[in-house]
Design a protein around this ligand. Structure first.
Ligand code: HEM
Length: 405
């Protein structure tokens, strides 16, 4: 068998329908809901000939593949490229693109750096920053919320939380978009993102060095693990890089999508205002409803079987988290955004040993912004049409004109 998109070309397994679709078509990336529904209707898996992959979107099988790190590994890449067959475009992540036992070591260090205690200590600082930002935006009334709120907030608090001595808002955001576009096929989105590499990658690598970080952020905890002999200096820098890769674009997307949900469903915003304790469950529903990470891959590391389907070693499986999070067999009326739903088991933060290690931080950032909105804002209205931005792994807004009063 040959190669396609830098992974093994496979035959459609018996019992799996062939579906002539391009999951990376910009129209689908921008408005994926009918693609999600059709994928689920095909069965546990569909074979997509354009990329010779299996795709899964029903909650049960998506969770099974995504969380079974023994059969479906991450070390061969969580995008379409199989790192056993093709060298990755940047040094492989030591966390999200690693398997146990090595992953246990790096994950432990990041869990310590991003512990509930470490992120809890930032709560007050986040709330002050969010209150000041919402006060300023209320004064302006109308604004473009992706640049002025969703990007503005994380880039004002996250670099200091990591302990970066220098910050560059654009480079941090563009690097995240690049890493996520890099998980897709060799399409225009990927090529355009990769073209930014020479400008951004050296800057990012430089910020990850110990001398460019302070002694009171997450990076300091990582370098303390270097001093304790748990990891070496290069591993320390690579773990700081993991925070910069995964910690900006995702929270920017989470905040933008939360605001979009509240503007789209004013009655749900009213519920939130009536009961601010719903802020955290409401964000879980935003995650389920909008799935900021729409899909990531796994690679079968042995011949195996899922839902009665034979899967051969080397198969790339596109786990469509957005489809799983809107599976009607798991969530009654999945198309309804409901701040009281408490959607336990959504896959927006992953599942299993790779579950988002930055989730405490993401939740703390978004909770600060939503709390400021709930306390200070009476009405959220669209001031123009919202536009989504295609990305090979992230479902994010590009433009969100908003009026706050
Ligand atoms: C709304 C915000 C976020 C979303 C939706 C999100 C989503 C995810 C998902 C789906 C995974 C699982 C990947 C996999 O299993 O292959 C993941 C892992 C990860 N996330 Fe997040 N994330 C968010 C915020 C953050 C933040 C703020 C950070 C860091 C500061 C972060 C750092 C990481 C890292 C390092 C991993 C890899 C963990 C591992 O492999 O053990 N994420 N995230």
């Amino acid at each position: 068998m040959g190669m396609i998109e830098d992974h093994l070309e496979i035959k459609p397994p018996e019992g799996v329908p062939v579906w002539d679709v391009d999951p990376y078509d910009p129209d689908i990336l921008v408005e994926p809901s009918s693609y999600y529904a059709e994928l689920r209707s095909k069965g546990p898996f569909a074979y997509i000939p354009k990329y010779s992959i299996l795709a899964c979107g029903r909650h049960e099988e998506t969770r099974e593949v995504f969380s079974d790190h023994e059969r479906f590994v991450s070390s061969r890449g969580v995008g379409l490229q199989d790192f056993h067959l093709k060298k990755p475009w940047r040094p492989q992540s030591l966390v999200v693109e690693a398997d146990p036992p090595y992953h246990n070591k790096t994950r432990k260090v990041l869990m310590r750096a991003l512990s509930p205690k470490a992120t809890g200590a930032l709560k007050e600082r986040f709330q002050q920053a969010a209150d000041a930002l919402i006060d300023e935006l209320l004064k302006r009334g109308e604004f473009e919320a992706i640049a002025d709120m969703a990007e503005a907030f994380p880039t004002s608090v996250f670099p200091a939380a990591v302990g970066l001595k220098q910050s560059n808002k654009r480079a941090l955001i563009d690097y995240g978009a690049m890493v996520f576009n890099g998980l897709g096929p060799d399409n225009e989105l990927r090529r355009k993102s990769m073209a930014m590499g020479p400008d951004i990658v050296p800057w990012i690598a430089e910020q990850c060095r110990r001398e460019n970080t302070s002694d009171d952020g997450f990076a300091a905890t990582i370098f303390a693990a270097v001093d304790a002999g748990e990891i070496n200096e290069n591993e320390g820098e690579m773990l700081v890089r993991s925070l910069l890769s995964a910690g900006v674009d995702t929270t920017v997307t989470g905040i933008g999508s939360a605001l979009w949900c509240l503007a789209s469903f004013p009655e749900e915003f009213e519920k939130l205002k009536a009961d601010p304790k719903l802020v955290r469950p409401a964000f879980e529903e935003v995650l389920r409803y909008t799935s900021p990470v729409h899909s990531f891959c796994r690679t079968a590391d042995a011949d195996t079987r899922v839902a009665g389907i034979d899967i051969v070693k080397g198969t790339k499986i596109l786990c469509v988290l957005g489809a799983a999070n809107s599976d009607e067999t798991k969530w009654p009326e999945p198309e309804r955004f409901d701040v009281t739903r408490r959607p336990m088991g959504h896959l927006a933060m992953g599942s299993g040993i790779h579950t988002c290690v930055g989730q405490n931080l993401a939740r703390a950032e978004v909770a600060a912004v939503l709390t400021a909105i709930v306390n200070k804002v009476d009405r959220i209205e669209f001031a123009g049409e919202a536009e989504w931005r295609p990305n090979n792994a992230i479902h994010a807004l590009d433009k969100l004109p908003i009026t706050l009063s």
